[in-house]
Write a protein that binds this ligand. Structure first.
Ligand code: IVH
Length: 701
């Protein structure tokens, strides 16, 4: 849980800005670089290995851009393990690993014409010749990179890109794609590795969603993630039903090929072999012509029967590609131009407010349906009162809408020229939309309004779902639909009621067989043994996330001690700020919340941080009371593992050096600012061997 949840917290808008620290600019840059690397890795994994991205692509690009900019400004802080120096995410363990004989690279991005010209200038400067000649212009398909290996004309292996060096064996799944030949015609090379993008055509995506709806199941969000999920099925017969297809755009290892000298000839050759090559590909004689191709892509992007997220411009001559070479993650002879999200105008019918699981009231726009960015948009979040004011959008306005990162709909602003006279401003409602009609309040310094009524049914749904979620009490078989059903039937009016469900009545409901009821009951029973950390997460206390719940649980060891702790004691815990402490304290002051806690106690839930601590205490607590800051890489450990080892031995491992630091461990490529600061403060700096000895003996050298 640790890493993922920690990152979820880092992601919150407040912490994605540069934190205010008292150390110098270099230190801040180093910290932020570390933070960005973790964030990018996390989201890379969500996207590539788990097919479950959490943020729009455009926001991911912003993180990468910020990292690139920081590294450009501080070249001494560039870490060898930075995602700017590597490709993609490590493969998951679902499929057999496949080592790519020729690495599968990524592409550098350009977001405007200047960046595109800068790429061309850089490439020209590297070449002995004056120019790179023709360019090949291709669409940038929004799917999943795959490598196909043909030996003596037979498709013998297909693999995902993975981290560029090692991917996953998805041969059985690729064999179900109708457009991918299992055999190449006679005379095909002895070995031919073909690279391309597997995608889900829009008709297949729409058909799949129509089927989902017909079965009362949730819709898939977008074709890219659905393609990735469909391809990484353990059962290829599922992949076979998903209508996936592929466009081939380059080659990897080739033995016994026809000795082609340009990229365009390579694509023609692949086409002749019966491999799917995209017909929109053209060659351009100049950067101006390449730019025209990009402009055309932009105008016809939504007329295509598949999704693209840009164009790829490649130097055509293979000898010049060779001369330009690659960085560790991307070739210098190609660049991806990322298209900006499409914008459309529509009518803002009204602004409504939805209540989240912690009572947060979020305004959202109800729009006249508009087709934008590949799907119909009818609603878009407006975030909070200030955002509505800043955008100056009013019910009745014509507004500009786009999909941020082509996933999340966003209202950009009003078309003032079309605003009717005397159109009234929108005021944030003062009353919660739920039947209890409790006040919505906004505290000073807070951007959001809240409904503080704990029995607000709008909040309840979210709270119960949150309580049952994987990172909280992890109650399998208690999904969103069942939560809604049980609330609607009056079985649940707070989280405590989960443990008193009337199974006899549930058994009689449509869709609940004996087996599903006993599975549900078993999952609920099992959740009683979860750790205090998870219980705290489940209690849904404002400002308290997964990592901070763990800090509290570790520090106090029992829920009763947290409930009784004064604010000052809560705030004493490293990592718990005054606002969080206040919020925890307030939560347990509420009579209603205390009643819920008592229901949970009576149901037999575990209130102690037992399992984690038991494990931790099984190891000798040699670092008890010590604060160890680690900088640079340690052989045999990931960053998180080092932190976990320190913690398991009773120590703490914060990210920055202060007068409270016991020692700094400097691994490979350590951050100079941390070691300098340690030296200034007279704090010992240990190498890996000394660190390992410290863990063993508890004694500093
Ligand atoms: S060429 C060594 N061409 O975009 C060059 N990639 O953002 C490798 N992509 O990993 C890539 N359309 O998955 C290339 N026409 C195209 C592409 C394309 C989509 C994907 C590919 C790559 C990613 C980089």
């Amino acid at each position: 849980m640790g890493l993922d949840t920690g990152l979820a917290i880092l992601l919150s808008p407040a912490s994605s800005t540069i934190r205010q620290v008292t150390t110098g600019a270099e230190d801040r840059a180093e910290d932020r670089i570390g933070e960005l690397i973790e964030l990018i890795r996390y989201h890379d994994r969500r996207y590539h290995a788990e097919d479950a991205p959490e943020i729009p692509d455009a926001n991911f690009d912003l993180l990468k851009r910020e990292l690139l900019d920081l590294e450009a400004a501080h070249p001494e802080l560039v870490r060898a393990d930075s995602p700017t120096q590597t490709v993609g995410a490590d493969p998951s363990t679902l499929f057999e690993p496949v080592e790519h004989r020729v690495p599968m690279m990524s592409l550098d991005n350009a977001f405007d014409q200047d960046e595109l010209s800068a790429w061309a200038d850089r490439a020209r400067r590297r070449l002995a010749a004056e120019d790179f000649g023709d360019l090949v212009c291709e669409l940038k398909f929004d799917g999943l990179a795959v490598s196909l290996r043909y030996e003596d004309g037979k498709l013998v292996q297909a693999a995902t890109r993975g981290n560029g060096r090692i991917g996953e064996d998805i041969t059985a799944n690729i064999l179900t794609l109708k457009t991918v030949p299992h055999r190449l015609p006679a005379g095909a090379p002895q070995v031919l590795e073909v690279r391309g993008e597997v995608y889900m055509p829009l008709v297949a995506f729409d058909a799949l969603n129509a089927q989902q709806e017909a079965e009362g199941k949730p819709r898939y969000a977008n074709p890219r993630n659905t393609a990735a999920g469909s391809l990484r099925q353990k059962d290829p017969s599922i992949t076979a039903t998903r209508g996936l297809s592929m466009w081939c755009y380059s080659v990897g290892e080739v033995q016994g090929g026809p000795g082609l000298v340009t990229h365009s000839a390579t694509l023609e050759y692949l086409n002749e072999l019966g491999l799917p090559v995209n017909p929109e590909t053209t060659t351009a004689q100049s950067m101006d012509a390449a730019w025209q191709f990009i402009e055309q892509c932009e105008s016809k992007r939504h007329d295509l029967p598949y999704e693209i997220d840009g164009a790829v411009i490649k130097v055509n001559r293979l000898d010049l590609q060779q001369e330009l070479g690659s960085t560790s993650r991307a070739p210098r002879w190609a660049v991806a131009y990322k298209l900006p999200p499409e914008e459309k105008t529509t009518k803002l019918r009204r602004i409504q407010v939805s209540i989240g699981s912690k009572g947060k009231a979020t305004p959202f726009a109800v729009l006249e349906p508009v087709f934008v960015g590949g799907s119909t948009v009818e609603m878009a979040t407006l975030h909070n009162e200030d955002q509505v004011r800043a955008k100056d959008v009013r019910p009745g306005d014509t507004v500009v809408v786009r999909k941020a990162g082509d996933v999340i709909p966003e209202v950009i602003g009003p078309v003032l020229a079309d605003r009717p006279d005397d159109l009234a401003e929108w005021d944030f409602p003062s009353i919660c939309p739920c039947p209890h009609r409790q006040p919505l309040t906004r505290q000073e310094g807070d951007a959001a309004h809240y409904c503080r009524f704990p029995h607000c049914p709008e909040q309840l749904r979210g709270w119960i779902e949150h309580f049952a979620a994987r990172n909280a009490l992890d109650i399998e078989h208690l999904g969103e639909q069942r939560v809604h059903l049980f609330i609607d039937l009056g079985f649940i009016s707070d989280v405590g009621d989960i443990y008193a469900l009337p199974y006899d009545r549930i058994r009689e409901l449509e869709g609940f067989g004996e087996l599903s009821v006993s599975n549900l009951a078993a999952a609920i029973e099992a959740s009683k043994q979860q750790t205090l950390t998870r219980l705290l997460v489940g209690l849904n206390i404002r400002h308290l996330g997964d990592t901070t719940s763990e800090l509290l649980a570790d520090a106090f060891g029992h829920l009763d001690r947290i409930m009784e702790a004064p604010v000052e004691d809560l705030a004493e815990v490293d990592g718990i700020g005054p606002i969080m402490a206040e919020s925890v304290h307030d939560f347990f002051q509420s009579e209603v919340n205390r009643e819920i806690v008592e229901k949970l106690r009576a149901a037999g839930l575990n209130f102690a941080q037992d399992t984690g601590q038991a494990e931790a205490q099984a190891l000798p607590q040699t670092l008890d009371g010590m604060t160890i800051v680690v900088t640079g890489g340690l052989e045999g450990y990931t960053r998180d593992q080092v932190g976990a080892v320190i913690k398991a031995h009773g120590g703490k491992s914060p990210g920055s050096v202060s007068s409270k630091t016991t020692a700094v461990v400097a691994g490979e490529n350590p951050g100079a600012s941390k070691t300098d600061k340690a030296e200034k403060l007279g704090i010992p700096v240990l190498d890996q061997a000394q660190f390992e000895r410290l863990i063993e003996t508890g004694e500093l050298p």
